[in-house]
Design a protein around this ligand. Structure first.
Ligand code: NZQ
Ligand code: ZN
Length: 388
């Protein structure tokens, strides 16, 4: 049964090969001062920077640049971004990049007009914004996080090794996002497959909770099948527009809050992966991949019916003559096999973690209780050890 819920998505999307031209429809809605937020320079190499700057100039914008947003953006960088946005009296924060730039722009947006330290306020105390929020727009260059159409913002404190996400409300979501699948084609394969696993896992996190018959899970299964099918095409031919466009659109739907409506959710793979990321600064999607199988094998007995459904409906496992556990295990084998085919990390050792770090990483894992088993700290340590 579906629980009661409300649903609204505040972000306007423009999708497709010619979508960047719609930036000119959006820019007139905001004041003159734009802060252009981008990462380590990929947009300069692939030409997206020049295209965006041209449109900003055509629209008479006064542009300040905030570059060098790193993957897993840090609290220090956030403080720097707040300063730039204040000095420029920003009317719009335009993030051009992947989830890191988009997440970072949201964190800056809620901090520009606020006196407190943004890390303490939003990522330690989880306050809600109580100051004027600067609007955010996004030109997405990497498919994965769903940040283009949600209120999530994940920031890393490199001193304390904490990586923490705050899911803000609709007023912080990007006002608009531009999604051109062609912009994702210059991604290195490592990032492309990390993004693909991130998408898949977002769907799993919302799927592996509850056993009711509900339409959110049916949509989740369709999305998972599409991601698997298209990922295999994209890995062989990264220039395949059909596959890249399907992956990009699936990424948005995987985490724009739709498939969590009316049901409980898990999110423990993200809690484990995020803690690993805080200590290793590894690529987000890879941290998830590296802890997933030990985690799912551990919780499967507590949610065997859903894991059986996953095996049959997503992976096409034939259940005839088998116990629920046998079918569920075949589904997890199929998941592992697909992960190997696309080439994601299957252990945290290759991401920079070692046995001596496990207790510290485990300490930082937030324990959530929406999944099939609320883990104890000892179980978390065990899963992390099995992920090495
Ligand atoms: O910095 P540049 O030079 O742009 O290079 C980036 C970066 O090195 C590169 N890249 C992006 N687009 C490219 C490209 N390189 C060539 N061509 C392109 N078109 O890819 C690298 C990774 O980019 P990043 O933005 O860090 O990746 P992603 O989109 O995976 O974002 C990761 C961040 O998002 C957070 C993660 O924790 C992590 O901090 N998440 C945000 C979520 C949300 N808002 O809801 C949910 C997710 O679960 C996740 O936690
Ligand atoms: Zn994720």
């Amino acid at each position: 049964m579906l629980g009661n819920f409300s649903y609204k998505n505040a972000t306007k999307l423009y999708f497709g090969e010619d979508s960047l031209k719609y930036l000119s429809d959006e820019l007139p809605k905001y004041g003159k001062n734009v802060v252009l937020i981008y990462g380590g320079g990929s947009i300069k190499k692939n030409g997206i920077y020049d295209e965006v700057i041209k449109i900003l100039k055509q629209n008479g914008k006064n542009v300040a640049e905030d570059s060098g947003v790193m993957p897993n953006p840090t609290a220090d960088k956030l403080r720097e971004g707040v300063k730039i946005a204040r000095e420029h009296n920003a009317d719009l924060l335009l993030a051009v990049g992947g989830g890191s730039c988009c997440d970072y722009a949201k964190a800056v947006s809620v901090s520009v007009n606020c006196d407190e330290d943004p890390w303490d306020k939003y990522f330690i105390r989880f306050d809600e914004p109580d100051c004027q929020i600067v609007p955010v727009g996004c030109v997405l260059t990497m498919a994965g996080t769903g940040s283009e159409m949600n209120g999530g913002s994940v920031i890393t404190n490199s001193e304390t090794k904490q990586k923490i996400g705050h899911v803000f409300g609709e007023e912080v979501m990007p006002k608009f996002s531009i999604l051109n699948p062609k912009f994702t084609m210059s991604l290195p394969k490592y990032q492309m497959v990390a993004g693909i696993y991130d998408i898949f896992n977002h769907i799993c996190e919302q799927y592996f909770s509850g056993e009711d018959d509900n339409v959110s899970d049916d949509i989740a299964e369709a999305l998972m099948k599409s991601v698997v099918r298209n990922s295999l095409v994209a890995v062989k031919d990264p220039e395949d527009y059909e596959a890249r466009s399907n992956i990009m659109w699936a990424a948005t739907w995987a985490l724009n809050t739709l498939i969590s409506r009316g049901k409980t959710t898990d999110w423990m793979v993200h809690m484990l992966g995020q803690a690993v990321g805080g200590f290793t600064n590894a690529t987000h999607g890879m941290t998830l991949a590296a802890v997933s199988l030990p985690y799912y094998c551990h919780i499967m007995p507590y949610g065997v019916k859903k894991f059986r459904q996953f095996a049959v409906n997503v992976w096409g496992v034939d259940p005839a003559g088998k116990t629920d556990t046998e079918v569920a295990n075949e589904g997890l084998y199929a998941l592992e096999n697909w992960m190997k085919q696309i080439g994601v990390s299957l252990n945290i050792t290759e991401l920079g973690a070692d046995k001596d770090m496990i207790k510290d990483i485990a300490r930082e894992v937030e324990i959530l209780s929406g999944g099939y088993k609320t883990l104890s700290k000892a179980e978390i340590e065990q899963i992390l050890l099995e992920s090495l």
